[in-house]
Structure formats: C-alpha cells, structure tokens
Design a binder for this molecule. Structure first.
Ligand SMILES: NCCC[C@H](NC(=O)CCC(=O)O)C(=O)O
Length: 426
C-alpha cells in the first residue's frame, strides 16, 4: 500500500480577507493584495515535485466562488450579480465569506482511515463540517460531492457525511496514524482541543473525534484521543498539524503539542515498538518559531527508494532556530534523509503550509484503480492545468476588488475552464 496526496488547487478567488480568528498568519496579512495566479502555480509546483519524487499525486477542485446560492439564504435575490452586489452593499463580510478560496486546504476536507485500520476492511472517509469558522462551514456540501465522485466504489470506500454543525470537525489535520508501514494496521491518534474563555477557539471537538473513530470502525486498542495543549492553541496552532506530523513509524512533534505528551508517546511505542519520536524541545524551537516557520506543517513522505523526505515551507530556512534544527536532524543517522524547501508563500500568508494543502489516502493498487481517475495527475494534466491558470487566474486581488462584478465573472470563468479541461461538466 502507498500514500497518494490529493492537493487542493488554489482557486481563482484566493485573497487576504483575514477571516480566520486564531490563525495568526490570516490575521496579520488581512487587507493585503493577493496573487491568485502565483498562488495556484506555487501549489501546482508542490504537486509536480511530489511526482518527481516518485509519489502518486491527485488534485481536488476549487469550489464555486462566489457561492451565490449560499448568499441567497440571507434574502438577497435577483441575478447572481445582483445577489453579490446587494451582499457587498449590506453585509460585505458575507460576500467575503462567499469568495474565500479556503477549500485549497484539503487537510481539512475529511478524515481518512485506511482499510487496514477499519472493522469492515474498507477505507473510511468522513467529510469535515468545519463549522467553527463561517467561511469554512460553507465547504462541506461541495467537498462531499467531490469525495462522492472520487470514492464512488462502495466495495472499497465508505464515505460518511459531515457531522452536525456545532460539533467542530476539521478533518485529517487533526489525525495522525502510526504504523510499522503503510499497509499494516495503524494507531490512529485523533487530536481535539478545548476552548478556554477569552482565548482562541479550539476547532476540533472531542465529541467529533470520538464520532469519527466510531463511524470508521476503529479498534479501541488502536485508537487514541489526545488533547491539544492550551499553549499550542493560544500560540496559534489552530490545528494539530501545525505542531506535529507523522508518517509510518515516525512522529515529528513539538514538545508542547499535547496536554499529556507522555500518554501519546506511550501509546505509540506500545503499538509500534520501533517507532522514532523526533521531539523538538521548546528550548531549541519555541512554539512561536514553530508557528511562524510551519516546521511541523511539513509533509513527511516515504520515498520509493526507501527513507523519508521532509517537505517544508521555505519560511523554515529563514527562521534561524528552525534552520539549525533541520541541519542537525539531517546530518545524523535519523529517519529523515533529506529536506526539501518549497515556496508556498501565498498560501502560507493565510496560515496554510505544505501539509494543509493535501489530503492523504493510503491504498493499494486495486483501490487506486477504483478511484475516479479524473482526480489523478500525470504530466499532461499538470501542463494543462498550468495553462488554464496562466490564462484565467486573476493576477492580483485587492480588498476592494472583492466587490466588483468583473472579479466574480473572472472567478466563474476560470473555474469553468478548469473543470472542462479535467472532464468535469460544470
Ligand atoms: N489548514 C490550514 C487552514 C488555513 C485556513 N486559513 C484561512 O481560512 C484563511 C482565510 C482568510 O483569512 O481569509 C484556516 O484557518 O482554516
């Protein structure tokens, strides 16, 4: 079995509206001018690099933006443009919400339990409701539609709908899987948070994590519910994948990630006695540096030739303490053979690093063949997508542009052309 990453293609409406409370990057870049074309090409560059490293790569599609159907529920009526114009006049925050390109962060699209972990031997997928942030709560219906196409084969896959709103579920960003190798039953660590009065919100609730484990049919002895530390949430770790990443038998984790770090390590070592836990102490890398650099929002991948690579955002190289830790970690005989830096600045400025941009699925050849192949990439599709982005994605979006009909039209046309190219009738 192997891992396939499904990256969210950055949509044409990518902008800096500062919608994500508790996400420090989103807040600090609010009001800046975005570059959707560059953003999408940066994301595509990561997908290309993963393919060059020998991994299979998939893509999930941008959602319809502006999401006029959603705006209509607030009493705005008329043509699509009339709806958007009225929203902009009366409730500009609602139009900003309806224009968010946040579906790019597919680590929040769903939680995936690979077949070896589940009672019925199918791969289980739960779409996330993302109900804590308004702009993300509008994603679930379209995400569920796309996952329904991708995982249509019910002999291999079981797709569960999003949990009821009010019980925050933010998907795979809050799940880690530890196992001797991809194809062996894994320990699934589901990470939740608790909101403190006056603090940043915890976006993954314990009830949601427990429900996902139940729905997926995970064995009790291979399931751990772990609580995020308050320090991590307040420092800006709104998802666990900002302070920890796991791949097969390796966990890379900040010392202050969990409320009870020892319990997490014990469970891992009980399940995989040969596991390697690379704990980064706060004395070497502070939570602040970890969150500024997104060191832990890396993709830790198994290379086809053996060994692992860590794909980090290039902010890591520009954060002294993190760069030093990376050099030390790769100079010894540790499991990480190489580190690759990627420029993902446009997404990073909204708090989304390499790991946020991908949903990973572990499957075998038969299950892979059962996927809707339109979502899988090859060289020709990469080229074709790049051409559509070059031709159609807006170059820049300033905060005022969000209220212009030209932008709405450009976003609709850009997405339509992409969907046509990939064989999805809009
Ligand atoms: N996993 C990374 C998710 C990043 C995402 N950022 C945003 O939504 C920023 C959007 C804005 O600020 O306009 C979030 O916080 O959920």
């Amino acid at each position: 079995m192997r891992e396939i990453n499904f990256d969210g293609l950055v949509g044409p409406s990518h902008n800096y509206a500062g919608l994500s409370f508790g996400n420090r990057a989103s807040a600090s870049h609010a009001g800046e001018v975005s570059r959707p074309r560059v953003a999408a090409l940066q994301g595509l560059g990561k997908m290309r690099r993963m393919m060059e490293l020998g991994l299979r790569q998939g893509v999930l599609l941008p959602h319809e933006r502006p999401l006029t159907g959603w705006l209509r529920q607030f009493g705005f009526s008329g043509t699509d443009d009339a709806v958007c114009a009225a929203a902009w006049r009366n409730e500009p925050g609602l139009l900003r919400t309806a224009l968010s390109a946040s579906p790019m962060w597919t680590a929040n699209a769903a939680t995936v339990s690979p077949a070896p972990d589940t009672a019925d031997g199918r791969c289980h997928i739960s779409a996330a409701n993302l109900c804590t942030m308004l702009h993300r709560s509008i994603e679930a219906p379209e995400t569920t539609r796309q996952l329904g196409l991708l995982f249509a084969d019910t002999d291999r896959f079981a797709l569960h709908p999003a949990l009821p709103a009010g019980i925050g579920d933010e998907g795979a960003a809050n799940m880690m899987r530890l196992c001797p190798h991809h194809g062996a039953p894994g320990l699934e660590i589901l990470v939740y948070g608790e909101t403190r009065p006056d603090g940043f919100p915890a976006r993954q609730s314990r009830i949601a994590s427990a429900a996902v484990a139940r729905r997926h049919g995970l064995a009790a002895e291979r399931t751990l519910l772990a609580r995020q530390s308050d320090a991590a949430i307040q420092a800006g770790a709104f998802h666990n994948d900002v302070v920890a990443v796991a791949n097969e038998s390796v966990l890379l984790v900040h010392e202050q990630a969990f409320a009870d770090q020892g319990q997490v390590y014990d469970a891992i070592l009980r399940h995989v006695s040969s596991a390697t836990i690379l704990e980064v102490p706060a004395s070497l890398v502070s939570l602040e540096d970890a969150i500024r650099s997104y060191l832990f929002n890396a993709q830790l991948i198994t290379l086809p030739e053996g060994g692992m690579a860590l794909i980090v955002p290039d902010e890591c190289r520009r954060t002294g303490a993190v760069a030093a830790w990376l050099d030390a970690a790769t100079s010894g005989n540790g499991p990480v053979r190489r580190v690759e830096s990627m420029n993902l600045r446009e997404s990073m400025q909204n708090g989304g690093g390499p790991a946020c941009l991908r949903l990973r699925i572990v499957l075998d050849d038969v299950a892979e063949a059962a996927l809707d192949q339109r979502f899988l990439l090859d060289e020709a599709k990469l080229e074709g997508i790049a051409t559509v982005i070059d031709d159609r994605w807006p170059e820049r979006i300033s905060p005022d542009d969000l209220g212009h009909a030209d932008l709405w039209e450009d976003c609709r046309n850009a997405r339509r052309e992409l969907l046509d190219f990939l064989g999805f009738a809009a």
